[in-house]
Ligand binder design. Structure first.
Ligand code: ADQ
Length: 416
C-alpha cells in the first residue's frame, strides 16, 4: 500500500551542482566540483543522478553555477532521457532571474529557480547534493517522508566526531526520528550517547513537502542576515518549527549491495578524501563495488578501443595489477599497481605507476615513475621523471596534500 502511494506521488528532483570545490583545487581550477572525473570513466555528478534514475525519479533539474561548461556538456550529452514520458535531466545554469546577482548560497539557488517547481507542482521535492560517492535508493527515504508527514526529511549517516565541523550535525529527540537540533559545521559538537566518538551527520540530501519548502525559502529570502544556505539557515528554521525528521542511511537497502559496501558514503570534498575514495574501488573485494549491475552507475564516454597491454618481455613489463583500467589505455612495457587508469592513458616502456589516479589521456614517459599521485587530464610525464618520491621538490611545483599525495592539474607542463 505504502509503495503504491509513493509511486503515485508527483516528485521533482533538484540536484545542487553549483559548488565551487575550493578544497579540490587544482582539480576544480576550470571545472565545477560535480564535473570532476572519478573512477576512470565517471564524473562525481553521475552517482547522484544514477541513484535518482535507478529509483525511477526521472524529472530532474541540475542547478549549476560555477565554471559549469564541462558539467553542462556532460549532463546534456550523457543524461539525455526520452522526453516522451515526460522524463528529463536538465542542467539549469544560474540566470539572475531575480536581479543582477548570482546565487549566494544553496537556498538562494533554489529560491531563484522556483519557477521550475511551479512548472511541475510536485507534492514533494527531492533536493540532493552532487558531490558524494554512494549508492542509495531514494524511494525508501521518500516513503518514510510521506508516511511520517514531516515537512522536511534529512538523510543522515554516522561520521567521526573529528569531522563534525565539516557537516551539518543532527541531534534527534530520544524517541527517534524527530530532529531536535541541527547545527551547520559546529566546532564544539559532542559525540552520540551510544558512540562518543561519532556524530550524526547530514548527507546534504533532503526531501521537502513542496509547500513547506516554498514557505521556508520565501521567509529566508526576506531575512537580510541570512546566508541563504540550506544547511545553515533553511533546515535549522524548519527544525525550530518542529516537523523535521531524520532518515537514517543505515536503513537504506540497495539491490545487489554486499555486506562490505552496504552503507558506503564518501564526501569527496578534499583531495585526500577524493584519493581515498579511489583506493576504496580497487581492491579485490572493493569497499565500493562498481560492478553491482542491479544498481548501475551510469555515465557516457567516447567510443574507444579496448585497453591493451604489450611488451611483456625481457626486462620490460606491460601489466596492470590491482587496478582499474579504462578503455583506450595502452600499457606498453610499463607496470601499473593499485591505480586507476582513465581512458586514453598511455604508459611507455619501463614506466611505473603505483597507488595513483591517472585521468584521461595522461602520458607516462619511458622510465618515468609515479607514486601516490593524482594526475589530471592531458598531463605528459616526461621520460625518466620521478613523481611522489621527493615531496619537498614536488611541493615546489605541484600541490601536495596533507597525506602526501601529489596533485598535478590539467594540462600542466612538467619538467623532468
Ligand atoms: P557543504 O557541502 O559544505 O555541506 P555546500 O557547499 O552548500 O555545502 O554544498 C552542498 C551542495 O550544493 C553541493 O552539491 C554543491 O555543489 C551545491 N551548491 C553549493 N552552492 C550552490 C549554489 N549556489 N548553487 C547550486 N548548487 C550549490 C552540505 C550541507 C551539510 C552536509 C554536507 C554533506 O550544508 O549540512 O553535512 O553537505 O556533505
Amino acid at each position: 500500500m505504502r509503495q503504491v502511494r509513493v509511486l503515485h506521488m508527483r516528485v521533482l528532483a533538484i540536484v545542487l551542482a553549483g559548488g565551487e570545490g575550493k578544497r579540490l583545487m587544482p582539480l576544480t581550477a576550470d571545472r565545477a566540483k560535480p564535473a570532476v572525473p572519478f573512477g576512470g570513466i565517471y564524473r562525481l555528478v553521475d552517482f547522484v543522478l544514477s541513484n535518482l534514475a535507478n529509483g525511477n525519479y526521472l524529472q530532474i533539474v541540475v542547478l549549476t553555477q560555477y565554471k559549469n561548461h564541462s558539467l553542462d556538456r556532460h549532463i546534456s550529452q550523457t543524461w539525455r532521457l526520452t522526453s516522451m514520458l515526460g522524463n528529463y535531466v536538465t542542467p539549469v545554469p544560474a540566470q539572475q532571474r531575480l536581479g543582477p546577482h548570482w546565487f549566494s548560497g544553496s537556498a538562494d539557488a533554489l529560491f531563484q529557480n522556483l519557477n521550475l517547481v511551479y512548472d511541475e507542482m510536485p507534492e514533494h521535492v527531492i533536493v540532493f547534493g552532487a558531490d558524494h560517492i554512494y549508492r542509495m535508493d531514494p524511494r525508501q527515504m521518500v516513503a518514510q517522508h510521506v508516511d511520517s508527514g514531516a515537512e522536511v526529511t534529512v538523510a543522515a549517516i554516522r561520521q567521526p566526531l573529528s569531522l563534525a565541523d565539516q557537516f551539518g550535525v543532527i541531534e534527534t529527540d530520544p524517541a527517534g526520528r524527530k530532529i531536535a537540533a541541527f547545527r551547520e559545521k559546529p566546532k564544539d559538537a559532542v559525540g552520540l550517547p551510544d558512540a562518543p566518538d561519532q556524530v550524526y551527520a547530514s548527507m546534504g540530501n533532503y526531501v521537502f513537502r513542496t509547500q513547506a519548502m516554498l514557505d521556508a525559502l520565501r521567509e529566508d529570502a526576506l531575512d537580510p542576515t541570512s546566508k541563504h544556505d540550506l544547511g545553515g539557515n533553511i533546515i535549522p528554521m524548519m527544525v525550530k518549527s518542529g516537523s523535521a525528521e531524520v532518515y537514517d542511511f543505515a536503513d537504506n537497502v540497495v539491490p545487489g549491495s554486499t555486506d562490505r559496501d552496504k552503507g558506503y558514503w564518501r564526501d569527496v570534498g578534499t583531495l585526500d578524501a577524493y584519493y581515498e575514495a579511489h583506493m576504496d574501488l580497487i581492491s579485490a573485494h572493493p569497499v565500493f563495488n562498481l560492478y553491482n549491475t542491479q544498481w548501475p552507475i551510469y555515465t557516457g564516454h567516447d567510443p574507444l578501443p579496448p585497453a591493451k597491454f604489450v611488451h611483456n618481455d625481457g626486462d620490460r613489463i606491460g601489466r596492470a595489477v590491482d587496478s582499474l583500467v579504462s578503455a583506450g589505455v595502452i600499457v606498453s612495457g610499463g607496470l601499473a599497481e593499485r591505480s586507476v587508469l582513465s581512458p586514453g592513458v598511455v604508459m611507455h616502456s619501463h614506466s611505473r605507476v603505483e597507488d595513483s589516479v591517472l585521468m584521461g589521456n595522461v602520458k607516462v614517459g619511458r622510465g618515468a615513475v609515479v607514486r601516490r599521485a593524482i594526475i589530471d587530464k592531458n598531463v605528459v610525464i616526461p621520460d625518466g621523471a620521478r613523481i611522489g618520491f621527493d615531496l619537498e621538490y614536488d611541493r615546489s611545483r605541484f600541490a601536495v596534500t596533507q597525506n602526501g599525495i601529489v596533485v598535478i592539474g590539467k594540462n600542466e607542463v612538467i619538467e623532468r
